[in-house]
Ligand binder design. Sequence first.
Ligand code: DHB
Ligand code: FE
Length: 283
Amino acid sequence: MAEIIAAVTTSHVPSIGIAMDSGITQDPYWKPLFDGYLPAKEFVKELKPDVTIVVYNDHGLEVFLDRVPTFGIGAAAQYLSGDEGWGPRPIPPFQGDPELSWHLIEHLVAQEFDMTMFQEMTVDHGFTVPMSVFFGGPAGEVEEWPTRVIPITVNTIQFPLPMAARCFKLGQAIRKAVDAYPKDTRVLIMGTGGMSHQLQGERSGFMQPNFDRMFLDKMVTDPMALTKIPNGVFMKEAGHEGAELIMWLVARGAMNLEVEEVYQHYHVSASLTAAGLACYRNK
Ligand code: DHB
Ligand code: FE
């Protein structure tokens, strides 16, 4: 039987990937952030997931504004880092798990989540940076990823975005679908994006540690309260791109209502973003 063994969540700032790829993680600016990642890497190393479901948003690499799926899922055998302007990241290819992907698609559609299916897809920083944060390190450290992957995309770019409650329910549906998979498979679910940040306009650089701390607390104590936050409120309180936090709620929805927070790290800032990370186990 397959099982979701844990959830992890993190911000996915591109410059964090650049810092790893260019070997400057020990510079004074970056060291406190990367030091805070070490216990999370240990946690994931001990978990040894066979498959990691990465819930993220594509930022205009694989899908652009002309056609935007609200929810998408990869069904490819392999996923490569795309070129977002810095060239593809110098990391190994990610191996997929098409059999589990198609199982998830069947079971999600049966639960009325009509996913867009990607049989080919490149992945952007929303996917690759968190994978490096939890499984990787400086460029060259990882020769082969120790887990297969399944990307799940959530539209956080083109209005209207799916509501927080809908994202949580997608997580619940993923959980049911994984539970129904007959092969022994250890599945980690990862939610990426956030925390508070706004990259453009008059409020560029907006960060809100009070909101982020509230969000981190309620991820454990009252996730249902987070599902009631309208996307407009996320944008007002956590900055325009702070609404990416709805992807943490997909990961949270795939867990029991009661979870234990094994580890948390919060750092202001990485570039213009408040960077948060957390690891959860079912109680
Ligand atoms: C940046 C991009 C992101 O997608 C994000 O979530 C945070 C920061 C950036 O370009 O700095
Ligand atoms: Fe983002």
